[in-house]
Design a protein around this ligand. Structure first.
Ligand SMILES: Cc1cc2nc3c(=O)[nH]c(=O)nc-3n(C[C@H](O)[C@H](O)[C@H](O)COP(=O)(O)OP(=O)(O)OC[C@H]3O[C@@H](n4cnc5c(N)ncnc54)[C@H](O)[C@@H]3O)c2cc1C
Length: 393
């Protein structure tokens, strides 16, 4: 992507965010899904930002896309999570591991906004360790039949197609290797349900679904049969970077909101920004922003280099490591920044009517999804110690 296209995309993202803000705020306080997230994204052509132009996307490089997600993250983790589901973990595995026919059938309509995507790895009994999943598939002529439940899936209740994973039925030992499929969600054999009991992210969809002998055409196998775990792990690196970038946006917004409130709110005869303990909060939020910004940029550059040379194992390992660092740091920094911003706002901060209170509620999940804090620490430490120390083995 050249500098002019990058600048134009970021300008479009900014215009999108400004136009979205009033409905986003209204839907948030009313605790309901915001359908304008998708409608306006269609208008500004944002539903396939890193997808090549030939498939209807904007051809964004990893760094431009990370900056776009940081801007979107300022509007709320719910809005950014929609884009992560659609693009970072929905379109990405199809682009990276799919064939030309799959690109044409899924990337083009999803980039236009005619198709919403999701990524279905997690199950009720398989979270941090997806190898413990129980979803299965079996071959039936020119199709596969899938059985299983996927749980806590971003866009899971609104998706037209999901990249989902399962084991071959009845296989054991070395033959029991996970595969990935592009699963269309229509028909009675696919039952989806929205999950509403969540303390935040009200404007975005989180769902679960059950597949009962759900038919998937043979040509919708993603990558090679048995290669699903590698596809899932590769996709999570893309997803984690999107979470880290979104959290950078959360910190930026908390900083802006805190600065303006500290300048205008008067207590003890002066703006609270003149009280040194309030200045401490501001300095800490700014340090969280600066450090997260640097880590996200470094991770995005590494991810871009790895995507450009998909067979280079060293570049892939470096991207995996730097993205884990950025995700772990930025998600915790955003949680702390939102907490400090709420503190500066006092009683008003502890309210869904103010942006900082909404950020605090929403951003907590970022330390859980796409790999928990604990899993990120294990990845970081074992990357430093060496392969033999990988904690999951
Ligand atoms: C809002 C939301 C959206 C989501 N979106 C998606 C999505 O789009 N697609 C998808 O597939 N999934 C999605 N998830 C699922 C998410 O990725 C999982 O919740 C996450 O990976 C953790 O799995 P778990 O909830 O089963 O927790 P568990 O794996 O049961 O973990 C529970 C606790 O044990 C710790 N733990 C587990 N194993 C270890 C270990 N080896 N060492 C140390 N500590 C450990 C964990 O860190 C955690 O603290 C979403 C979740 C939420 C809440």
């Amino acid at each position: 992507m050249n500098a002019e296209s990058s600048r134009q995309l970021l300008a479009d993202v900014d215009a999108y965010c400004q136009e979205l803000r009033p409905t986003e705020e209204l839907c948030y306080v009313e605790h309901r899904f915001n359908d304008q997230t998708i409608e306006l994204a269609k208008k500004y052509k944002l539903l396939g930002m890193p997808i090549p132009v030939e498939y209807g996307g904007r051809g964004a490089d990893a760094l431009t896309y990370a900056r776009a997600l940081a801007r979107i993250g300022r509007e709320g983790t719910g809005v950014r999570t929609f884009f992560s589901g659609q693009t970072s973990i929905g379109q990405y595995p199809i682009l990276r591991y799919g064939n030309a026919d799959q690109h044409r059938r899924y990337l083009t309509p999803s980039s236009r906004g005619d198709m919403i995507l999701a990524f279905g790895l997690t199950e009720p009994d398989a979270g941090s360790n997806p190898l413990e999943m129980t979803t299965t598939y079996r071959r039936d002529g020119n199709r596969f039949l899938l059985n299983g439940v996927k749980y806590l899936i971003s866009n899971g209740g609104i998706a037209n197609a999901v990249v989902a994973f399962g084991y071959p039925e009845g296989k054991t030992g070395k033959e029991r290797r996970m595969s990935a499929f592009i699963v269309e969600t229509s028909g009675a054999t696919f039952e989806a349900e929205d999950l509403h009991a969540k303390p935040g992210m009200f404007t975005a969809n989180t769902g679960m679904f059950q597949m009962t002998d759900h038919p998937v055409p043979a040509e919708n196998l993603l990558g090679e049969e048995g290669n699903g775990f590698r596809i899932a792990m590769g996709t999570l690196v893309s997803g984690r970077l999107s979470v880290a970038a979104g959290c950078l946006g959360v910190i930026e917004d908390c900083l802006d909101e805190t600065l303006s409130y500290a300048r205008t709110r008067i207590q003890h005869g002066k703006p609270i920004g003149k009280h040194q303990l309030v200045q401490e909060h501001i300095a800490e939020i700014e340090m969280a922003r600066a450090a997260s910004d640097a880590l996200v940029e470094r991770a995005a550059v590494a991810k871009g280099a790895s995507d450009a040379a998909p067979h280079d194992a060293e570049l892939a390992a470096r991207a995996d490591f730097l993205v884990a660092e950025a995700k772990f740091f930025a998600t915790n920094a955003a949680w702390e920044a939102a907490d400090r911003a709420v503190q500066v706002y006092g009683g008003r901060g502890w309210s869904e009517l103010y942006r900082v209170g909404r950020h605090l509620q929403d951003v907590r999940v970022c330390r859980i999804y796409e790999g928990t804090d604990e899993i990120m620490k294990l990845k970081i430490a074992s990357a430093l110690l060496g392969k033999d120390f990988a904690a999951f083995q």
